[in-house]
Each structure stands twice: as structure tokens, then as C-alpha cells.
Design a protein around this ligand. Structure first.
Ligand SMILES: NC(=O)c1ccc[n+]([C@@H]2O[C@H](COP(=O)([O-])OP(=O)(O)OC[C@H]3O[C@@H](n4cnc5c(N)ncnc54)[C@H](O)[C@@H]3O)[C@@H](O)[C@H]2O)c1
Length: 368
């Protein structure tokens, strides 16, 4: 490993989301994608060919490459921990897709492994580093709504089995609307309010099986193993609160609803699963709402990998840290506990409230 210049990246998991990652990562000058691996080696080869990546093959082959400094782990949630540990064992830093892992012990063990090895584990979502959410977070930091007091978020959809060709993992442990979509909304809320102190929740499941709607397996039924609707009440450590709904069982989609209320106004944020989108300020007493000027990058998935690469070279903390993802995972698993026990569940973990990115930060610039 050179330790200077662009940072070498190896992608493990050549499925649906690898398209967005590879499309962007090959254009970012501060990283160089050198290898794609998958348990399905043919799939890895096809993605490498499509995106002009020099190496493709098995996971051990990727991990043996000295040119790979960051492993971008795009496997399914149940494989996240195992793949990330093997990357750390091989001396690589890790960028993980969300959720970080499927349980708290796995998350703690992974972060401990990274600390002991002197390596990083960073984690999606990086959508919150995009222009949309960053513009809103800067407005909150700058006092545009006074002191933030409450929030409401809503993510209602029929579920992803209509468009995802292999959707069973999205309805298995580590999936469902909470673990699949929760990271976008909850990372945004933690960025606005700081860490969550306690949660209460109610959950339900409308259908015990679902049917694959696209790809070669279309028409195949598969089991639903996790609740597909959660109504959640969050109490933040600083005494503020939020209500969030996560649902894969609504025929009427209402995605990307995030509203943050403060003493001096209300901010309507863009979809936290996007990198861009307008933020609207309803200031107390103002006659008209104001659409804030959006500032930042909308370059897309892979943005957080560039931040990690720059942070490694500079010896400073990365934004989308494993600690932040572990707190969000702890919150989500506590929501499942709360729904099962009908009680408020205190959150064990804490994390510092992330600072907004500096204005003008751009993953497409060459800095290394
Ligand atoms: N699909 C999306 O729109 C989307 C969006 C954002 C984030 N994500 C996240 O990205 C991850 C992958 O999602 P996806 O939709 O691309 O799934 P997918 O099933 O399409 O792809 C996963 C790939 O990982 C490979 N894989 C599984 N276990 C492996 C292992 N142990 N070693 C090597 N390869 C392995 C599979 O063969 C498959 O090619 C998930 O964590 C998901 O939450 C997906």
C-alpha cells in the first residue's frame, strides 16, 4: 500500500447497488477501484467489465491484493460482519453498506476489531452527506428554526419486492422497513438532534409471504420474517423527541417525509435516501415559505468512500463513522425490542452529533 495518492478500493458484492457505487467511484479522482469480488464470480466479472475495473474474482483474491486499501462491502446484511472482519484481517479499511451488522454484539465486535487493528470501519448511509440533507443541517446549525424541538418522519411504501430481483433479504433479519430504510431517517435525526436516549414502538406484519415481482425469479413466493410496519417514538438524550413511521405495507407510497420543528420555524427536508432535493423553511410569522439555496454535492453513492479515503490520508476521523452507524443500529434494534415488550427501551450507546460538512466539500475534486 502506497500511503499517498488516490486510495485503492476493492468492491465486494456485485449486486443491485454496486451499479450506483461503481458508476460514481470510477469518476472520483481520490479513489481508484482495482477489484470487484462476489461469491458469484461471474457477476463480479460482468460488473468489472461494465465499469472498466482491472481485477475481478473471489473474495480471497481481492483481499490478497496489496492495491486494495478500502474494502467496499456491498453484500447482503447477514454477510456484512463476516466480510468486514475478513477485510480487517487482511489489513484493509472498510466501507460497509447499511445496516452495519444485524445485531449489536456483531457491531461492537467489528468496531473493536478495527480499533485493535488501527483500521477504520465506516458505514452508509452517505446520502446524508449530500447537498440536500447537508443544506438542511447547516440551516439548523445556523439557527434558522431556533432551537430544534420535535420532528416527524414518514417512509411508507408497498415494499421493494416489486422491483428488486432478489428481495428475500429485505424481509429477513437485518431487513424490513426499519433496518433497510431506518438508517437514512435516523442518521438524519441524530445529525439534527444528537444521540437517541430511549424509544417506544408498535409493529405489525400484513402478509406472511411476498412474491418476487421482477427478474428471473419473478412469481416466486418467499417468507416475511420481520415486521413490515413500525410506528416509533424517539426521545433524544437532550429531551427533544420525534415520531417516525417505517412501512413496507402501504399501497400509497409516501417516502422521504422529514419535518423538523424548532422554536422559530419548521424545516421540511428532502428525502434522506437522496443526495439532493429542496429544503423549505416555514419561519414563524413569515408570510411565505422560503426554499433554501441548496449547496453541496449530489454526486451519489460512493461519496462516503471518498470522505473515508481523504480521512485516512489526513489522519482525521471520517464523517460516516462506524460509531454513528452502530448507534443507529442500536436505536433500530431497541425499536424492535420496544415493540416486543410494549415498553420504552433506553438506548445504551452514545455518539457525538456529527458536524455538517464544510460548504464546498466535493467528492469529485482531486485532493490526493
Ligand atoms: N438495492 C438498493 O437499492 C440498495 C440501496 C442502498 C443500500 N443497499 C444495501 O446494499 C447491500 C446490497 O444490496 P443489493 O440490493 O445490492 O443486494 P443484492 O442481493 O442485489 O447483491 C448482493 C451481492 O452480494 C453477494 N454476496 C452475498 N454474500 C456474499 C459474501 N459472503 N461474499 C461475497 N459476496 C456476497 C451476492 O452474491 C450479491 O451479488 C445491502 O446491505 C443493502 O441494504 C441496497
Amino acid at each position: 500500500m502506497s500511503g499517498t495518492g488516490p486510495v485503492g478500493v476493492g468492491v465486494i458484492g456485485a449486486g443491485v447497488i454496486s451499479n450506483q457505487y461503481l458508476q460514481n467511484l470510477v469518476t472520483f479522482p481520490d479513489v481508484r477501484v482495482v477489484f470487484v469480488a462476489d461469491i458469484d464470480v461471474e457477476r463480479a466479472r460482468a460488473q468489472a467489465e461494465t465499469f472498466g475495473i482491472p481485477g475481478a474474482g473471489t473474495v480471497p483474491e481481492l483481499l490478497a491484493s496489496d492495491d486494495v486499501e478500502i474494502v467496499v462491502n456491498l453484500t447482503i446484511p447477514a454477510a456484512h460482519a463476516e466480510v468486514a472482519h475478513s477485510a480487517l484481517d487482511a489489513g484493509k479499511h472498510v466501507w460497509n453498506e447499511k445496516p452495519l451488522t444485524v445485531n449489536r454484539d456483531e457491531a461492537d465486535a467489528l468496531l473493536a476489531h478495527a480499533r485493535e487493528a488501527g483500521l477504520r470501519v465506516a458505514c452508509a448511509p452517505d446520502t446524508v452527506l449530500g447537498a440536500g440533507i447537508q443544506t438542511a443541517l447547516r440551516a439548523i446549525r445556523d439557527g434558522r428554526i431556533g432551537t430544534p424541538t420535535t420532528a416527524a418522519t414518514m417512509m411508507l411504501s408497498p415494499g421493494p419486492e416489486s422491483w428488486h430481483p432478489n428481495p428475500a433479504f429485505l424481509f429477513a433479519k437485518g431487513g424490513g422497513p426499519l433496518l433497510d430504510m431506518g438508517p437514512y431517517y435516523l442518521t438524519t435525526l441524530v445529525s439534527a438532534f444528537g444521540p437517541v436516549g430511549a424509544v417506544a414502538a408498535a409493529a405489525s406484519t400484513a402478509f406472511s409471504t411476498r412474491t418476487i415481482g421482477s427478474g428471473p425469479l419473478a412469481g416466486t413466493d418467499f417468507p416475511v420474517e420481520v415486521p413490515t410496519h413500525y410506528g416509533v417514538l424517539l426521545r433524544f438524550e437532550n429531551g427533544t423527541s420525534a415520531q417516525s413511521t417505517f412501512s413496507f405495507q402501504s399501497a400509497l407510497p409516501r417516502q422521504g417525509f422529514v419535518e423538523i420543528t424548532g422554536t422559530e420555524g419548521v424545516l421540511v427536508l428532502p428525502d434522506p435516501n437522496r443526495f439532493d432535493g429542496p429544503t423549505t423553511l416555514y419561519a414563524r410569522g413569515a408570510e411565505q415559505p422560503e426554499t433554501l439555496v441548496e449547496s453541496g454535492s449530489a454526486a451519489g453513492r460512493g461519496t462516503g468512500v471518498v470522505d473515508l479515503a481523504r480521512a485516512i490520508r489526513a489522519g482525521v476521523p471520517e464523517r460516516a463513522s462506524g460509531e454513528l452507524a452502530a448507534h443507529v443500529l442500536d436505536v433500530m434494534l431497541s425499536v424492535t425490542d420496544a415493540a416486543e415488550t410494549d415498553a420504552f427501551v433506553p438506548i445504551r450507546s452514545r455518539v457525538a452529533q456529527p458536524e455538517p460538512l464544510p460548504e464546498g466539500w466535493d467528492p469529485a475534486q482531486q485532493t490526493l
